[in-house]
Design a protein around this ligand. Sequence first.
Ligand SMILES: Cc1cc2nc3c(=O)[nH]c(=O)nc-3n(C[C@H](O)[C@H](O)[C@H](O)COP(=O)(O)OP(=O)(O)OC[C@H]3O[C@@H](n4cnc5c(N)ncnc54)[C@H](O)[C@@H]3O)c2cc1C
Length: 199
Amino acid sequence: MVDEDNFMSVDEYMRTHTPDVFAVGDCAQKRDFVTRRRVPTMLASTACAEARIAAMNLFNLHVVKTFIGTIAIYSTAIGDIGFGTAGVTEMRAKEEGISTLTGIFEGVDKHPGNLPGAHTQIVKLISAKHSGVIIGGEVIGGPEAGELTNVIGLAIQNRMTVNSFLTAQIGTHPCLTASPAAYPLIKAAEKIAIQMLRS
Ligand SMILES: Cc1cc2nc3c(=O)[nH]c(=O)nc-3n(C[C@H](O)[C@H](O)[C@H](O)COP(=O)(O)OP(=O)(O)OC[C@H]3O[C@@H](n4cnc5c(N)ncnc54)[C@H](O)[C@@H]3O)c2cc1C
């Protein structure tokens, strides 16, 4: 059975309406993790996550192994600048009637920032206004931007809050990461926390 957008209808175990038939990947219906709306997000990374869920449930439903919605996580590079986005944008949240707070931090992806090959690194986090649950984020930086975006994706999937970022333990190295005192994910969360305190 296909839905009105021609995606194969599936449940959280990736089962179609036909007994013993599963659907994953671009052909399978998607629902946004945050908004719960149907979305046409077609990504190999999503397809693989869905395939793992389907495989885990082929012969026996492992009740906790369900696909809980698509977190659109994209990254790309133009020259040596990396870009990434995960979850909902501020604009999408507004369209859905979700009140948000945002924190943007601009730092450097090595420390000290004058090391050769250091890139400016900009991280934006978007949280639901009252709960502080992280629902989206964006990164512009060097080659690490893709993996940093994936960390934001994991935070969204695990419904991490601004407070959990503030207390997060991170590993840093001068040649590989921002400084522990100016780690962009934590500093962006700090900017939101300040607004939460004031509101
Ligand atoms: C230009 C481009 C760039 C992309 N970049 C990214 C990226 O950076 N990151 C990312 O996560 N995703 C990216 N994607 C999306 C990603 O490629 C798809 O989401 C992913 O390949 C979907 O996997 P799938 O297995 O559902 O379908 P497919 O990979 O399309 O596989 C379907 C297979 O079924 C075969 N097939 C079709 N009909 C039949 C038939 N009747 N009988 C037998 N076989 C059939 C096809 O030949 C194909 O091999 C990109 C897509 C495009 C087009």
